[in-house]
Structure formats: structure tokens, C-alpha cells
Design a protein around this ligand. Structure first.
Ligand code: ATP
Length: 472
């Protein structure tokens, strides 16, 4: 075996080889498993190609385990999967593919191992290892993928224009692998992506979102996003992000390029969190800057309200990108809306009330918000960065102090809407909201104590002022 496998993997491959021998079908480990083993990257699944029926081979392999794992198969695709305690194994019959212009779903027919390697997207993904008796462990590398692995190059095995036009998802995959592995996309391959970028329109939003998420989960997502931008893909799949690019000048006053600023913020935050949604918040924190941009005489460029407008854009962007419409989206929106708040608290003479409001609004996401704010510091001036970070430390300290005193992070005002409705015999109405807000604001502003007695008194005072009477 020419690839460095663990004992468990070697035993597994031997088992598959034995099953294939008994069925008399040639079989190979192929694709990501071989690639990742050769570069020492962690692997979680192995793809097996056989020149025969992949489902039959899967059944045979499953029968060699005790207890026998379930075989999940997809008759239409001729693929099967088994999950053992250590690994997921995917089986498929070797195939030849031909494409129709309108779809990325090919017509498929049975083929040889060469045909199967020809349909692979990149030379580094076309590597196969023989599991056959006569040349067990031999690397089969028709496109010199091993050299591209060594030179850290992503390149299509066949003419890149055809490869990408056939299945445009491969353009996203090229960029995603480049970001994940920190490999360079070979010049012709990169040029073909730019040339065929429009073809991405035939790919489903779900598949695109999947690739975007994978890029965002890399150590340095700017690599992937910059390539998406430079090839023109970003403008098609996520125009609001591409539109952050560029700096405008009036009377010699420019503003920073918000696209590259955002990429820096994303890279910064990735050093401090693996949370996909907090990373999305970094992508989207300034998304409304183009929509709110103004040049004000004597003031320069302003982006007033970009956090609020940006927050409103989040659900629309999530819908368009087929990202979830659930609490993850609400979290991202909240981060975008609040991302300027801690900065505003670094000024002098900040009242307890402003701190309380931040704690109340951020709730359990306070730490996540601070992580975003710290990542948002992209100045090249080391002194400035140091000063900003110190300021944030002060905000954290003040927040910790107030939190200890007032416990506002998961706080709910002592009087609920139901209690107000009950006391005054009111249906759900504007009046109930007004009283609730008055109580909450008075406590957050420190005008009354945070307890039931003080809140009840304020409720009664406010109701009298509004001409309401308690229920007899
Ligand atoms: P990862 O698991 O990180 O996504 P992978 O290379 O294992 O990496 P899979 O999507 O699991 O990716 O695909 C397995 C293999 O199938 C690839 O290595 C490649 O050979 C082939 N492949 C996958 N998608 C395509 C595609 N769109 N066009 C051509 N070949 C593909």
C-alpha cells in the first residue's frame, strides 16, 4: 500500500478487497480518501468504485461484519453506503458520464476505471488505489494528480471549460478546495471559472449554500471569497456581498473598501470561533454599507443606520441563499444589529443604564457579540488596535460589574403582559405594550428597583396616567 493508512483502515480495505475478489469484480479506493491520506488530512469516509454492481459489493462487504451493518442503497444512482463503527463506506459501479447543456445531471452508463477517473473533477480527486490481488495498493494516477498534490495545485483532468460547463458546481468546489487545502488553482482552470461563471445559474441554491458554508468553515475564508469575487461568481450567487467592494472618493476623501475589510473581519473571527453562524455574522456585519452610504460636507463618508438596515437584510439574504430561517438566522440578525453597540460604550462617562441595555439586548449572546466586535478591528496601526482592544476590555469589565449587580443577561421584567391584562381586564392591546415597555425601561434606566413591588407600583401609576382602572 503506497498510502499511509491506519491499521483499522488497512483491515477494512482488505475486507473490501476480499469481497470484491469473491465476486470477481475489480475494485478501487478513489477520490477524497486517497487525496486526504496522501496529504495527511483527516478522513471520515472512503469511496469505493468497482467495475460491476456497487450495491452487490456493499451487501457482500456488510455480510463480513458482525453484527451486519445496514446497507443503504439508492437503486437509481447504483450507489450504496454502509456505516461501520470506524468509517462510512460508499460503493458505486464505475461509470461513464455525458452531459446535457441544460442540466448538471449527467446521463450515466457503465464504464471502466479509466472512464470513472475521467469524470472526476480535479486531478487530485481522480487518484485511485487498486484493491485487486495482482496490483494491490498500486496508485492509479492517469492525470499526474500526485504531482499536483505535491505542488498544491487544483487542476481539472480534462479541458477545464468542458469540465465546468458540464457541471458548474465544480467551479465552487475548485474554490472551496483551494480555501480548505490552501492550494492554488492552476491558471487555465481559474480562467475557465471566470469564463463559465454564468453557468453557476443552473446549480441549485442548496448546493451553492453548502459550498459557501464549507468555505466559511475554513481557517482563512478570505481565500475562497476573494476567488469567488475575482472570478465573477460572487456577483451572481451573492451580489450584496460583492457590492461591498470598492472605495469611492469625493474631494480627496475616500472610504475603506468594505469587501476587503469584511474579509479581514471574517479571517479575524475564524481565529476565535468555529461557530458557523457567528462567522456568517462577520460576513454580514457591514452588508448595508452600500445602501446607507452618504458623503456629508465637512464630515466625510457616513453609513448611518447600516446596522439596522443590515439586520433587516439578513432574513432576505438567508432566504435567497437557502440558509435556515430559524434561531440561527435570528442570531445572525441580532449580531448585525448590535455590532456597533459595544464600540459606542467605549466613550467616556458611559452610564450604568447603557451597559444594562446592552446586557439585556445581547442576553446569552454577549460573548459572541464581543468576539465579533474585536474581529471588526482591522486597523494596521498597532497602537490603535491595542487601544481599541483595551477599550473593549473596559466594556467587558463594566458589563461584568453591572451583570453581577443586576443579573440582566437572561432577565425578564417582573411583570408580564398577562399580569397587566389580568389586573386591568384588558385584551392584548397597545396599552399593555406601553405599560410593559415603561416598566422595562424604568428598570433598565435604574429609575426603579428591579423587583415585583416597585414594578407593580409603576404599573399602577402608569395605568392611572393612561386613565385605566383596575378590575374590581
Ligand atoms: P469532501 O468530503 O471534503 O467534500 P471529497 O473529495 O471526498 O471531499 P465528495 O463530495 O465526497 O468530496 O466527493 C467524492 C469524490 O467524488 C471526489 O473526490 C471527486 O472525485 C468526486 N466528485 C464529487 N463531486 C464531483 C463533481 N461535481 N464532479 C466530478 N467529480 C466529483
Amino acid at each position: 500500500m503506497q498510502i499511509p493508512c491506519t491499521d483499522i483502515e488497512l483491515a477494512l480495505l482488505k475486507k473490501i478487497a476480499l469481497a470484491a475478489k469473491e465476486l470477481n469484480v475489480p475494485c478501487y479506493a478513489i477520490g477524497g480518501f486517497v487525496r486526504d491520506k496522501l496529504i495527511g488530512r483527516a478522513t471520515k469516509d472512503v469511496d469505493i468504485v468497482c467495475v460491476g454492481d456497487g450495491i452487490v459489493l456493499a451487501e457482500k462487504v456488510a455480510g463480513m461484519f458482525f453484527p451486519k451493518p445496514e446497507v443503504h442503497f439508492f437503486k437509481n444512482f447504483g450507489t450504496a453506503q454502509i456505516k461501520t463503527a470506524q468509517m462510512e463506506i460508499e460503493f458505486v459501479g464505475a461509470r461513464k458520464e455525458s452531459y446535457d447543456f441544460s442540466s448538471r445531471k449527467p446521463a450515466v452508463e457503465n464504464g471502466s476505471i479509466e472512464d470513472d477517473q475521467n469524470r472526476r473533477d480535479f486531478t487530485i480527486n481522480a487518484l485511485a488505489i487498486s484493491l485487486n490481488e495482482q496490483d494491490y495498493g498500486q496508485l492509479i494516477d492517469p492525470f499526474n494528480g500526485i504531482l499536483d498534490l505535491q505542488n498544491k495545485i487544483i487542476k481539472t483532468p480534462l479541458e477545464p471549460g468542458i469540465t465546468f460547463s458540464d457541471d458548474p458546481l465544480r467551479m465552487m468546489r475548485a474554490i472551496r478546495f483551494s480555501a480548505q487545502l490552501q492550494f492554488t488553482i492552476e491558471a487555465n482552470t481559474l480562467e475557465a471559472i471566470a469564463q463559465y461563471a454564468e453557468r453557476i445559474k443552473i446549480v441549485s441554491s442548496e448546493r451553492i449554500a453548502d459550498e459557501l458554508n464549507k468555505i466559511l468553515l475554513t481557517a482563512k475564508p478570505s481565500i475562497g471569497f476573494d476567488l469567488l469575487f475575482k472570478t465573477g461568481l460572487l456577483d451572481i450567487i451573492f451580489p450584496a456581498f460583492a457590492q461591498l467592494s470598492g472605495a469611492e472618493y469625493i474631494d480627496g476623501h475616500g472610504h475603506k473598501d468594505n469587501f476587503y475589510h469584511t474579509l479581514q473581519v471574517v479571517d479575524n473571527i475564524c481565529k476565535n470561533t468555529d461557530d458557523l453562524w457567528l462567522r456568517w455574522a462577520a460576513v454580514l456585519h457591514d452588508i448595508a454599507k452600500p445602501a446607507t452610504k452618504k458623503f456629508e460636507e465637512g464630515h466625510g463618508w457616513t453609513f448611518h443606520g447600516h446596522e439596522v438596515i443590515g439586520g433587516r437584510m439578513v432574513p432576505k439574504i438567508f432566504t435567497k441563499l437557502r440558509l435556515p430561517q430559524n434561531e440561527k438566522m435570528r442570531f445572525v440578525r441580532k449580531m448585525v444589529e448590535l455590532h456597533l453597540r459595544p464600540i459606542s460604550l467605549t466613550k467616556e462617562n458611559i452610564t450604568d443604564s447603557a451597559i444594562r441595555r446592552l446586557l439585556f439586548d445581547a442576553g446569552d449572546d454577549f460573548e459572541a457579540l464581543m468576539t465579533l466586535c474585536e474581529a471588526d478591528i482591522t486597523s494596521k496601526n498597532k497602537q490603535k488596535v491595542k487601544r481599541y482592544l483595551e477599550n473593549f476590555e473596559m466594556v467587558r469589565a463594566r458589563c461584568a460589574e453591572v451583570e453581577e449587580k443586576d443579573h440582566l443577561r437572561n432577565w425578564q421584567p417582573p411583570i408580564t403582559g398577562e399580569m397587566i391584562m389580568e389586573t386591568f381586564g384588558l385584551p392584548p392591546s397597545k396599552e399593555v405594550g406601553l405599560i410593559k415597555d415603561a416598566i422595562r425601561n424604568a428598570i433598565l434606566d435604574g429609575d426603579i428597583e428591579n423587583n415585583l413591588a416597585a414594578a407593580t407600583q409603576l404599573m399602577l401609576d402608569k395605568a392611572t396616567e393612561m386613565g385605566l382602572k383596575t378590575r374590581p
